[in-house]
Design a protein. Structure first.
Length: 434
């Protein structure tokens, strides 16, 4: 049964992956068609074609390797300076440029002269190229909000799980209380496991993050209002300073870093809590901020990936993960001993995170990514507007094809990184249990 659920989890992720890719390409496709660009191909995946069908002027299909997708638009790049699509050249770099230019006109048909992508105004090209990543962002937002508000997430609450009997700095190794340890304020105040803290020092509290911050900001006597067995009780605690784990801007504890703050001495219980709309938006903002930080910090994660493959270090469980690793995590989700609704919610969160990564990755202003084409269109618009204002001749379309040698370098770097992550996912995979 466990093996069956593991396979089911993988299939759910793969389906979500394929849908996300198709959804991305639909954004490009629909806006390109809206602006009159001919699109002869709409493909999900790379490599050999598994299935395809032509409807109208477009061939729709699925390919064997589900690592991306593409639509083929006529005239992605303008002709060369002499008006020709291809020149004869012995230069390998020039060859890359002319090969890309030739591919852009490969399926040119009579009447397509007015349906070429490069002839569209820059703002239209920006919309076409941005539409793909935007579709992933929209899907991520919808899934995140749906899960947070519809299913709820495992969240630390203001209910007491355990009460510390003594004061132990969190920087110390976990140990039992000793006779010379100072009693914890929570234990002396009579706080018990199962108490629900509803107010702190007279101020109502509903979320753990708010309560945690108030406790850390307090040293001295404070009242703790709890609900115990349906009865509201007022407890008095004398908070002291202690070394506690440092938290980031989102209330998460930063591993290995500590600060001195107010200390009460209990741990919160966790539970599945549905978020209201403002809470869900805040949480989604935190997720997106974390995703952006992770994208910017990708280069710093490369050494750990390499060392995890060679066995010199343990895999960073919060580091980058590829499609194979994500599929494996998707399988593990469905083997967890949690309600089926939470298995589905967690799997959806994984798909939403993948879509957020697709958006952030594709917005990098580098060819061959969508962000590179957007940057090229914006640069063309800037050049043409500057020429018009200074009454100089129109410089014409910006020849993005001339950047193809750089695009090959960028693609090579991405391929190497993908292979590195793939090897790490196989040799030292990320696991839900850490």
């Amino acid at each position: 049964m466990t093996a069956l659920m593991f396979v089911l989890g993988i299939l759910v992720f793969v389906f979500g992956l394929l849908f996300s890719i198709a959804w991305h390409e639909l954004g490009h496709f629909s806006t390109a068609r809206m602006f009159g660009v001919r699109v002869p191909q709409f493909m999900v995946g790379f490599g050999p074609t598994i299935f395809s069908r032509r409807r109208g002027e477009t061939e729709y299909g699925v390919k064997a390797v589900p690592l991306g997708g593409y639509i083929r638009m006529i005239g992605m790049f303008p002709p060369g300076e002499d008006g020709n699509i291809r020149k004869r050249s012995t230069s390998p770099f020039r060859g890359m440029i002319e090969d890309a230019r030739a591919a852009a006109f490969e399926e040119l048909q009579p009447g397509d002269e007015k349906r070429l992508f490069y002839t569209r105004k820059p703002w239209k090209r920006v919309i076409v190229m941005f539409a793909g990543p935007a579709m992933n962002l929209i899907l991520a937002v919808v899934i995140f909000l749906g899960v947070l508000m519809g299913f709820g997430i495992n969240t630390q609450t203001t209910t007491v799980a355990t009460v510390s009997q003594c004061v132990i700095a969190q920087s110390e190794e976990q140990r039992d209380c000793r006779a010379d340890d100072t009693p914890a304020p929570a234990a002396e105040a009579g706080l018990r496991a199962g108490d629900e803290i509803v107010a702190f020092d007279g101020e109502p509290v509903e979320e753990w993050g708010d309560l945690q911050q108030r406790i850390r900001d307090t040293v001295g006597v404070a009242t703790v209002t709890v609900v115990r067995d349906g009865e509201r009780l007022e407890l008095t605690a004398d908070l002291i300073e202690n070394q506690v784990g440092k938290t980031d801007g989102n209330g998460n504890v930063v591993r290995g870093e500590f600060v001195t703050a107010g200390f009460l001495g209990f741990s919160p219980a966790s539970g599945i809590v549905k978020q209201d709309f403002p809470q869900a938006v805040d949480r989604m903002g935190e997720i997106m901020s974390t995703g952006l930080d992770a994208m910017l910090n990708l280069p710093s994660k490369i050494p750990n990936l390499w060392h995890s493959i060679t066995g010199e270090e343990e895999r960073d469980q919060n580091g980058p993960m590829g499609v194979v690793g994500a599929a494996r995590v998707g399988g593990e989700i469905f083997t967890l001993d949690i309600p089926a609704s939470q298995q589905l919610a967690t799997a959806l969160f994984l798909v939403a995170g993948f879509n957020l990564s697709l958006f952030l990755f594709n917005m990098l202003p580098l060819l061959p990514l969508d962000g590179g084409h957007i940057a090229g269109a914006l640069w063309e618009s800037l050049r043409r507007n500057a020429a018009r204002l200074t009454r100089r001749p129109d410089p014409g379309p910006f020849d993005v094809a001339r950047l193809m040698p750089l695009a090959y370098v960028v693609a090579g770097v991405f391929i190497c990184f993908t292979l590195l992550v793939l090897a790490a996912d196989i040799v030292s995979p990320v696991r839900l249990a850490g």
